[in-house]
Design a protein around this ligand. Sequence first.
Ligand code: PLP
Length: 391
Amino acid sequence: MNPVSVRDIPLSRPDFDARESAAVAEVLASGWVTQGPKVAQFEELVARRVGAAFAVATTSCTTALHLAMRLAGIGPGDEVICPSFSFVATANAIRYAGATPVFADIDAETWNLDAADALTRVTARTKAVMPVHQIGLPADLDAFEPFKRRGITVIEDAACAIGTAYKGRPIGGSGNIACFSFHPRKVLSTGEGGMLTTDDAAMAARARQLRSHGASVSDHARHGATKIVSEEYRELGYNYRMTDVQAAIGIVQMSRLDDLVAARQRIARRYDEALAGCPVQVPARPPHAERVYQSYAIRLLPECSLDRDKLVESLMEAGIACRRGIAPIHVEPLYRQEQPLTLPVTEAVSARSIFLPMYPSLAEGDQARIIDTLQRLLGHSSSKELHPRQL
Ligand SMILES: *Cc1c(COP(=O)(O)O)cnc(C)c1O
């Protein structure tokens, strides 16, 4: 049982204040609440920030990924290589297009898609490969160049990666299609929301049509016209429109992005330092990548005798929300194959990793409590005095 005096610490928390509230109020008062001027402004800000020629807002990263599949011409009979070590949405988007996800293993250090393993899974039907910038660490994009040389499209699942960079270039600005998420557990949030970025004008135009039932003219464009504008529907589209209410929140969040990322990086450094002497693997920091720590995950090393699930439960009993690490997609009932697939690194990392609380407003005192509790459970004697509850 939690002692009453101890506050529960959440796993994650979006960071909104009076500025977001005021922006929402302004949209409600304006009378234009869906995909209008605020969405256009938000798209402009994201495109400029990530260095892409175009940004197309959607209802989520999942729907942006679905549009990406359509833009890449992926359909039934096609295969798309992706990590199993990801949120299920990564694979679901492939299935929405009628294609088959082919799971490849991850790198043990970075937990990102292992390009070499992915290459061994290429077949005549492979249309695309989907590196995921998992929990905010950019994938090694250069390692995916061999796919492009074979005519395979690279689509980046950048759900967790707004504000980060690969070899100095912002994620989203590589020339590939990249898809971002603005879910509350991500670095920047609009409640729900997503964004697709591309340098290809024709793809951006088609994405804008597909997100609004395939209409040849947008509501926003029709609104500005002085004559009758008739739209046509030439292909099957969707309703993946972001609201102006969400975009108004996003515009404010973009102005705060650097601060939100810096706060996450400060918290990550404190975890890194505190856990240096513990039998855990802390998040990798490869030289090619900045990282935004959408989450902070550790992995219990073989020399740590603790049971992972028991550790998670002990932390939860201490009022500290935490979660087991990313669950592999290939063992979910929906994705289990007749010939069982084995992905050794994915399975090893998943079985022994946990997410710790990570959000910009995590107070230093709360983080100290998390660290003390974790160090005690990991059997590491802290240099600080013992908390009375530990005696
Ligand atoms: C969160 C997440 C998604 C889905 O994002 P939504 O905006 O919730 O659809 C997809 N891929 C990865 C890697 C994610 O972490």
